[in-house]
Design a protein around this ligand. Structure first.
Ligand code: ZN
Length: 246
């Protein structure tokens, strides 16, 4: 195993997921990791779930939207997202709901790195400020002797966090060499609903031979994703924001 493709926050956006899969098919990938939220927000939950479940050699983590769609009540989920979760739940088969329920909240992949949805502390914690980032970095440094890299999602912002600071805004394809002795928190960005001001679908590829991460952004058919959401009668503000990456 050398190349790990890291995807997160697909959010039932089929054109974005198809662009990600097409990109990965064009390069060597040994294993695909999905950091949660396959469903929620978008209009193609069945199709996205089918693709995710059919990926060979994939490790899939449960996101907060997956959990709510599967039936758990989350008082913090905002109204439009709650409405989409209910719409999604009504469309999925019992086997799909069982599948979402059974997904793990996080794991260590091949003794190499953590895969979590929100943070090392909690699946719903956002790593979006320097205080939370520092606490998670400290946990990686002090508690875990061998595993120094954690991939996380949930914030929908492509970012690399280390002791040196927070690195954001990468080129469409940008490779960062890591130091094997240092701790890193890495968000590959969201496939299906980026929130870092860049509407392109995001992902990352971790090369564990070179110990480097390649951040990738991909054009996809945003109009098609919006049409799917509109045809499903989902709240328009969720599809509108895709154009802005917010
Ligand atoms: Zn999400």
């Amino acid at each position: 195993m050398r190349y790990y493709a890291i995807l997160s926050d697909i959010h039932a956006n089929l054109p974005a997921l198809e662009a990600a899969i097409a990109y990965l098919a064009s390069r060597p990938v040994d294993r695909i990791i999905i950091l949660g939220d396959i469903v929620g927000y978008g209009g193609n939950p069945l199709e996205c779930l089918r693709i995710a479940r059919s990926l060979p050699a994939a490790t899939i983590i449960q996101g907060n939207h997956d959990r709510v769609v599967a039936g758990e009540h989350d008082p913090y989920l905002r109204r439009p997202a709650q409405a989409v979760a209910e719409w999604t739940r009504a469309r999925l088969l019992p086997a799909d709901l069982e599948y979402l329920t059974a997904l793990p909240a996080g794991c260590i992949v091949d003794s190499l790195f953590f895969a979590v949805h929100g943070s090392l502390y909690h699946p719903d914690q956002y790593i979006i400020n320097s205080r939370v980032a520092r606490r998670n970095l400290n946990l990686l440094r002090e508690r875990f002797a061998t595993v120094k890299v954690a991939f996380f999602g949930h914030s929908h912002v492509q970012v690399l966090i280390s002791e040196a600071g927070i690195h954001q805004r990468f080129a469409d394809v940008e490779t960062i060499e890591l130091d094997t002795k240092k701790a890193y928190l890495i968000n590959p960005g969201a496939v299906g609903q980026p929130r870092d001001g860049n509407p392109k679908a995001a992902l990352a590829v971790f090369d564990v031979f070179r110990w480097s991460v390649t951040f990738v952004r991909l054009d996809y058919d945003i109009g098609r994703a919006q049409q799917a959401a509109a045809a499903a009668g989902l709240p328009p503000e969720l599809a509108d924001r895709l154009v802005y990456g917010l």
